[in-house]
Design a protein around this ligand. Structure first.
Ligand code: HEC
Length: 149
């Protein structure tokens, strides 16, 4: 019994101080890492916020934006990423210097397209009126254009 008592009573081993500091630094790094990952996940995509700026400056584009979002466009197009079809920022960049770009694209939206970007077909959208297509094309051309590669 006396032996056991002695064992319990042993003073805590004298850990060097740096272990405590190392633990504190380690935990700070973990906390920073978690916060950093959280920021990376939560921060708005730069292109999306650039588009928000455009929408604030040109509220008349809201109708076109709503039409694009309400139709099937985003199933094949992204603002900055090409899925089935080219990214809207790439389309905006391509036609930046073309005077009749909006008319041209409005027509393409209604009649469909193939061969301009590749051999994937963009289907026709006959249910979209010429006026709606025009508004959609205006919105597409207002997307901040992709930088030339
Ligand atoms: C099924 C997939 C799909 C859907 C849905 C779709 N697109 Fe496309 N889009 C494409 C593809 C593929 C191309 C490239 C066609 C080509 O190479 O000529 C394209 C091209 C375009 C172009 C560029 C045309 C050109 O002459 O450069 C515009 C503008 C466009 N789409 C807008 C839209 C809008 C607006 C909608 C919604 C009403 C939409 N797209 C829906 C696949 C799609």
């Amino acid at each position: 019994m006396a032996d056991r008592y002695d064992e319990d009573d042993e003073p805590a081993p004298n850990r060097p101080k740096w272990i405590g500091w190392a633990l504190v630094i380690f935990m700070l790094l973990v906390a920073f890492g978690v916060a950093n990952v959280g920021w990376l996940i939560m921060r708005p995509a730069p292109a999306a916020s650039a588009m928000d700026e455009v929408m604030k400056a040109r509220p008349e584009l809201a109708a076109g934006k709503a039409l694009v979002e309400g139709s099937d466009c985003m199933r094949c197009h992204g603002l900055t990423r090409s899925y089935v079809g080219p990214a809207f920022e790439a389309i905006a960049a391509r036609y930046q210097s073309q005077g009749d770009a909006i008319d041209h694209l409005a027509r393409k939206i209604r009649e469909g397209s193939v061969g301009t970007w590749g051999n994937v077909i963009m289907p026709r959208h006959p249910q979209i009126t010429p006026e709606q297509a025009q508004q959609m094309a205006e919105w597409v051309m207002a997307v901040p254009p992709a930088k030339a590669p």
